[in-house]
Design a protein around this ligand. Sequence first.
Ligand code: OAD
Length: 231
Amino acid sequence: MTNRNPRLVVSTGAGISAESGISTFRDAGGLWEQYPVMDVASADGFARNPALIHRFYNERRHALGTVRPNRAHEILRELEEHFDVYVITQNVDDLHERAGSTKVLHLHGELMKMRAVDDPGFIRPFRDYDDTSSVDTVVEGHHMRPHIVFFQEAVPMFEPATEIAAEADIFVIIGTSLAVYPAAALVQYVRKGTPIYYIDPHPSRVPDGVTVIRATATEGMAELARILLKE
Ligand code: OAD
């Protein structure tokens, strides 16, 4: 028999990257206030005006190149010394990876990758944060698009995420409004009796049986680490 560390499953949203300087979507001044979501993040929008969508994600990539992981991302990585940590993120940034987290599943795609329009399995990395090659890029005969799950599209990573959540010994939600499905339903796959924490300064939809830590991600993660390491 080998002793394994408890499995800590952490579901993150835009709020964990807010203190790094990346805008959330639905807070005041958030991205969806500045851009019509159905123009820049939907399948119909991409069909209508792909150039606009490429421009929008090139701007996001450029912004990502100017920021760094914050203390919340770092604490999550540090917790790997004590827990079997799985990060399931709705974020398309790469700040969890840059902080050193080793198991990161992206539910909504990744900014620093592109994929073939005609083949979701044909995925290629961007090499730098200012890369604008996505506009009209053709790789091995495939027209490429952002590797982003648009509204009106299926979320292929949801099923693997539910399998990870179902094995959680501790489940944590950080910085998400829980407004977007199926991501918001992930918590329903956690086994009954599993401790669940929710870190957010303005939690809007609190699932039943959840301990709320009403704080920003950096403050809340510091507090959660104290709680978990004391137990
Ligand atoms: P939202 O913008 O909907 O929610 C952000 C959450 O972060 C809110 O609950 C805020 O209270 C919280 N928040 C703000 N500042 C914070 C801080 N410093 N620390 C911790 N929390 C903070 O973002 P998401 O829930 O991630 O999808 O949005 C889900 C999806 O909607 C995104 O993945 C994106 C968007 O449309 C796609 O684009 C495919």
